[in-house]
Design a protein around this ligand. Structure first.
Ligand SMILES: Cc1cc2nc3c(=O)[nH]c(=O)nc-3n(C[C@H](O)[C@H](O)[C@H](O)COP(=O)(O)OP(=O)(O)OC[C@H]3O[C@@H](n4cnc5c(N)ncnc54)[C@H](O)[C@@H]3O)c2cc1C
Length: 440
């Protein structure tokens, strides 16, 4: 049975996804080790159950293929957390490969050089022939065309979504954190200094002793509004131009699916677990029967799963507002997605030829909430309210909670600082890559 709602608490965390639970666990541990308290000073309020949001349906890919220096450094710290307890987090450190066409070469070279500088283990292979050779050593039936560069990250991989959330939940509860499920935050009671005095819920109010951390995933826009923050903002670009009145939040539908096959068919030449593969190419994509699927730049990602092979493709922009609940069944997937994704798997490796009938028609994918520049906002948005709004980057960002815990206890985090809200006014934005994905 879920613990009862307390009437007051020093630290209240909203949302039991990867960020809320990681923050709760790390905050509890910091409080204990610094002699400042314990997990009993922390409550997590969750409207459904732990992992009911994006963290429970994420493909679970953990990678550091980020063109933005700040993302790359933060991700290195996150991978450190995944690697710290692979058993509890159900983390598979199988590595990750980004394969791309010529247009992506400069970005991947820069990303690789930064990974070398910061000590993130990876290999870069350039040239169509060399890439093919590298891939065929791993997968003798590799046959993708138009790929001239490969960034092979030897760290990263994937974790099993719900299992890792349960792992974090167990760690937080073992530190004494109370996780109250089935309680919806409906408002914030503000004091005259704009700080939150109490969190209002559908089961009563919780007075705040110290601070609130809001980690609502796809519900970011809703919580943003409850905090009285602006729906539209002006954005100063690095050139100094100000783009006026932009919506702070937009939505994308993440398209994902799976084929039910014997997972043992997807192994490397020496029988090892395969790395996660992300393939972008401008080679024409044909279905197994030879019909053209697309002759424009396309991309997919895929990984070996427990019951087959799972992955996705570019997300779809949602033009207007979207109903988030019941999550994730409100998301729309392009009806052509299964044909495209299966054709792309077959384009990559002949072992996937004829896999279309094995596509599993099940709810897959979900809605993600994106900020105005598609990068996270990690910042205090009220004097005692820290918001963890990851712009859908963040299942892999398990280490953000470790940083947030330090910030809540008064430390500076150089890893989180580049994600402050003030960047939209100052023009200190993140550089943008050539990737078609809003999260690269
Ligand atoms: C289909 C899909 C695939 C993805 N794949 C990957 C991937 O491979 N790798 C990766 O790194 N990222 C991936 N992501 C992104 C990643 O899942 C999210 O960025 C991350 O899980 C967000 O974590 P969170 O803790 O902020 O939010 P969530 O996990 O959504 O948790 C937020 C919680 O807050 C609760 N909540 C919301 N409103 C309230 C309220 N008013 N009161 C109380 N509780 C509330 C919700 O019920 C939910 O449990 C994917 C996303 C999607 C949709």
């Amino acid at each position: 049975m879920a613990p009862p709602l307390p009437s007051s608490m020093r630290y209240v965390i909203v949302g039991a996804g990867i960020h809320g639970l990681s923050t709760a666990f790390h905050l509890a541990r910091e409080l204990r080790s610094r002699g400042l308290g314990s997990g009993e000073d922390v409550v997590v309020l969750e409207k459904t159950e732990a992992g009911a949001g994006a963290s429970g349906i994420a493909c679970g890919v953990v990678r550091n293929n980020y063109f933005q220096p700040a993302m790359s450094e933060l991700m290195q710290a996150c991978v450190e957390v995944w690697e710290s307890d692979p058993a509890a987090y159900h983390y598979n450190g199988v590595g990750y490969m980004a394969l791309g066409p010529e247009v992506q070469e400069p970005d991947l070279v820069e990303t690789y050089e930064r990974q070398e500088r910061i000590g993130y283990r990876s290999t870069l292979i350039t040239g169509e022939r060399e890439v093919r050779r590298h891939m065929r050593e791993l997968f003798p039936d590799w046959r993708a065309n138009g790929v001239t560069i490969c960034l092979h990250e030897h760290q990263g991989g994937f974790a099993f979504n719900k299992d890792s959330v349960r792992g974090l939940l167990g760690k937080a509860e073992a530190e004494g954190v109370r996780v109250v499920t089935g309680v919806t935050v409906t408002g914030f009671e503000l004091g005259s200094d704009d700080s939150v005095k109490a969190v209002e819920t559908d089961r009563g109010r919780v007075a705040i002793g110290d601070q609130v951390v809001v980690a609502p995933g796809p519900w970011a826009k809703h919580l943003w509004a409850l905090l009285g923050l602006p729906a539209r903002i002006d954005v100063r670009t690095p050139s100094g131009e100000v783009v006026r009145d932009r919506p702070m939040w937009t939505y994308w539908n993440l398209q994902e699916g799976e084929i039910t096959v014997d997972p043992a068919m997807f192994v490397t030449a020496d029988g090892s677990a395969p790395p996660v593969i992300h393939l972008d190419t401008d080679a024409p994509l044909l279905a197994d029967d030879g019909t053209l699927v697309t002759d424009e730049l396309w991309g997919i990602y895929f990984k070996r799963d427990r019951h087959g092979v799972q992955g996705g493709a570019s997300p779809l922009v949602v033009e207007d507002d979207v109903a988030i609940d019941p999550y994730p069944s409100t998301s729309d997937v392009d009806p052509a997605f299964p044909d495209m994704w299966c054709a792309a798997l077959s384009h990559a490796m002949s072992r996937f030829e004829g896999c279309r009938p094995h596509y599993r028609t099940a709810r897959s994918g979900g809605v993600g909430a994106f900020t105005v520049d598609n990068f996270p906002v990690f910042d205090y948005m009220r004097p005692n309210v820290y918001t963890v709004l990851d712009s859908n980057h963040g299942y892999k960002m398990i280490g953000v909670g470790r940083e947030v815990a330090k910030v809540v206890l008064g430390e500076h985090s150089s890893l989180l600082y580049p994600f402050r809200f003030e960047r939209f006014a100052s023009g200190d934005l993140h550089p943008v890559s050539h990737s078609p994905y809003p999260w690269s």
